[in-house]
Write a protein that binds this ligand. Sequence first.
Ligand code: NMX
Ligand code: MLT
Length: 471
Amino acid sequence: MVFLRGVSVLSKIRSRLAQQSATLGSVRWLQIQSASDLDLRSQLKDLIPEQQERLKKLKSEHGKVELGKITLDMVIGGMRGMTGLLWETSLLDPEEGIRFRGLSIPECQKVLPAALPGGQPLPEGLLWLLLTGKVPNKDQVDSLSKELQSRSSVPEYVYKAIDALPITSHPMTQFASGIMALQVQSEFQKAYEKGISKAKYWEPTFEDSLNLIARVPVVAAYVYRRIYKNGQIIPSDESLDYGGNFSHMLGFDDPKMLELMRLYVTIHSDHEGGNVSAHTAHLVASALSDPYLSFAAALNGLAGPLHGLANQEVLLWIKSVVEECGENITTEQLKEYVWKTLNSGKVVPGYGHGVLRQTDPRYVCQRDFALKYLPDDPLFQLVSKLYEVVPPILTQLGKVKNPWPNVDAHSGVLLNYFGLSEARYFTVLFGVSRSIGICSQLIWDRALGLPLERPKSVTMDWVESFCKKAA
Ligand code: NMX
Ligand code: MLT
């Protein structure tokens, strides 16, 4: 029954999304562009002054408007529900999930250019959308694909830096170290050392960001092949798009896996600004650390099990269920297994969220993908069974604010089906995807002149005396 409730939640979300897509044409900024505007940088150059003016006006006209109340619960509760950041590229609604520049995932699947007719969106298209707020046409996306290809060369010392680590180091450690080594080529750092004016900060940030986005899949594929495929590196295929080529460099050429990678990168790219990785990047970049330094810091947050590492934890946990109880596990056995996990003081990975209060639409679109391409896969069936079993148990605990699955509950079984079965590697895929959202916003951070982030902290003594006075 709970599963049916889940399904009815899915269909509610779908019908709401369908309604919203009907109103798509009325979204003010949404424009399908003409084929002549192929240069992303010059598009941004045109957009920046108008957005700077917009922010200036907001500050001068509404700077003192209160956006909410700050309670002690918020201060000691991880700032949940506290509005504290400007993040232009996406916005998360607790009930309906993420919107990229106003577009939901199904809307992106509908309007963003694809590699195949009716196929999954190309991540380059999403990058264009996040940066400009405009839906690109196929020519623009192809041109951006080529531009990223042309920026994708990785210096030899990056591989050497990774090779200096034991092969047993966690893939995220190797990946983040590779990103730090890429920093040697930062254009922002060079420009700052030469004394660049504030008004131009966004330009080397743009260069670093595009270079970084272009190079992360190459570094990530190197880490994968180094650890799991005896260091046999697969060269890039320049005829392929960003997501397709990433899958190819990892060693997976099944056209369905290429489609999965395009979907995967698109949906993991951005999740507004408060999540640990995005917020970390924004904070570090606010000190004018360049995009490489900021993104490497973000990756270290993503590597935590309550954030991006949950995708690793989910597949390992699912495999431990199968190992202990077999693939044909009954609902009763599965319930017992979930309770065993909870009673040993662990969380059920892939369930719950800091903001979402419904099934994550990123879970929904991955489920749709599985229903289309791998409906009979035993691990997919187990994931579906978990959707039936876990939410009522978490609800029964009485403290979990969102008992529904998040993005990580589904990604592992899809990758595993196509042969990418090394769970410890999964968070690197999340990291590659997140470079797109984070770097897009970092360009806007510098274009809008956002300041150093420095919230106030207090001690318990301070709180006690404040509360005494307030009583
Ligand atoms: N299993 C068991 N307990 C849970 C779960 C879960 N899946 N989710 C929340 N809780 C507990 C949580 O640990 C806390 O317990 P306590 O008061 O004893 O510390 C209580 O419920 C209240 O937590 P919430 O307010 O519901 O959740 P919060 O916003 O603090 O945390 C997560 C959100 C995502 C960290 C939490 O739901 C979780 O640990 N989930 C499992 C890990 C996971 O899937 N993370 C991936 C999130 C998505 N991503 O990619 O980043
Ligand atoms: C994310 O994609 O960053 C996660 O869902 C976590 C979050 O939004 O807090």
